[in-house]
Design a protein around this ligand. Structure first.
Ligand code: DON
Length: 329
């Protein structure tokens, strides 16, 4: 999918690969502190000891370690793509009239603020309430048409047609009582642009898109470059929309651990309950940086903590950011 550049075997590259392998072996042990998500029955069966990472540079060159090729479902990482898709179609102000940009400090599926703050506008597009609203805004009269629009954007970025993991979708569809409750509340307050079951179908199908770390690293790379696709040499997403998405990733992407992640890692990121983390390093003027031209990073480690973030993944990112001195601050 992504063409490797000719520098693949350089000494520097070997060093980065070796370091990454060592860190993955070490942080894999941290997974014991977490558990695979069990509220979606199909996610329970993942191997909690898995940990993999893929980093992609603008040249297309990849650095990988561990279980980087294992497929997993995007879950909440998809919220970034659907937010971008909705903004591309309607424009930023239309979308932000219906969903705010404020962090909550609450759990990703919390309902409490919707009723506490009238008129019930969801706080941000990274929590479930905001993401379901955004899914309902995607263009089209049916869930199929809305998903089709989203899939086209996914395909534009990754050059692969999205595949929905039907087992995960059905498993969540059958047990999604809290998301249904959120959707009914949003319908009541006028924040859904379609019927409850339609919005839920779009949202849960986007969450069930199957990816591996390479695909989410590629999305991260395009975000790092403000919507520019370096392998195609083309601006594929509007810069202002991508910048807004990155601000939301930084402030809300790791849910009630977003502050700690910004403090200890310092990169915009988005997690999913299946154990994925999508993050990125923007280009820097510091040419001695290991990634001066920026990179996208995809992580998979299915044992998650109580906030819904991969335990081993976060711990690996803390070390990587510290050792390689990458931070947006
Ligand atoms: O709606 C849900 O609960 C899941 N489909 C996605 C939640 C999620 O990934 C939260 N992230 N850490």
């Amino acid at each position: 999918m992504v063409q490797a550049a000719t520098t693949t075997n350089s000494k520097w590259d070997r060093k980065r690969m070796d370091e990454l392998e060592q860190w993955v072996a070490y942080h894999r042990l941290q997974a014991a502190e977490g558990k695979c998500a069990s509220y979606i029955p199909a996610l329970r069966r993942a191997d909690p000891t898995q940990l993999g990472i893929c980093m992609i540079e603008p040249s297309g060159h990849k650095i990988t370690a561990g279980d980087w090729e294992v497929p997993f479902t995007m879950q909440s990482i998809s919220k970034v793509v659907s937010f971008i898709a909705a903004c591309c179609h309607h424009g930023i102000s239309y979308v932000l009239d219906r969903v705010d940009v404020e962090p909550t400090g609450d759990a990703f599926n919390s309902i409490i603020r919707l009723e506490m703050h009238k008129p019930g506008k969801p706080f941000n597009p990274m929590i479930n309430a905001g993401a379901i609203t955004v899914s309902s805004l995607l263009p089209g009269d049916t869930p199929e048409q809305k998903l089709d629009y989203l899939y086209k954007i996914f395909q534009k970025i990754t050059a692969t047609a999205p595949v929905v993991n039907e087992e995960v979708f059905v498993s969540e569809w059958m047990t999604s009582h809290r998301n249904r409750a959120l959707s009914h509340y949003l319908k009541d307050t006028g924040y859904l642009d379609c019927e409850v079951e339609e919005a839920l179908e779009v949202y849960l199908k986007q969450c069930s898109i199957q990816v591996n770390t390479e695909q989410i690293a590629l999305i991260g790379l395009i975000l790092a470059l403000d919507g520019y696709h370096p392998l195609r040499g083309e601006q594929i997403l509007p810069k202002q929309v991508v910048r807004l998405a990155k601000a939301l990733m930084l402030t809300c992407g790791m849910y009630d651990a977003s502050g700690k992640f910004a403090a200890y890692v310092g990169l915009p990121a988005k997690s999913g309950v299946s154990g994925g983390i999508m993050t990125l390093v923007p280009p820097t003027l510091k040419r001695e940086s290991p990634f001066p031209d920026g990179c996208g990073i995809g992580i998979f480690g299915p044992a998650i903590d109580s906030c819904g973030n991969s335990v081993a993944g976060v711990s690996l990112l803390k070390q990587l950011a510290h050792e390689w001195d990458v931070s947006i601050f």
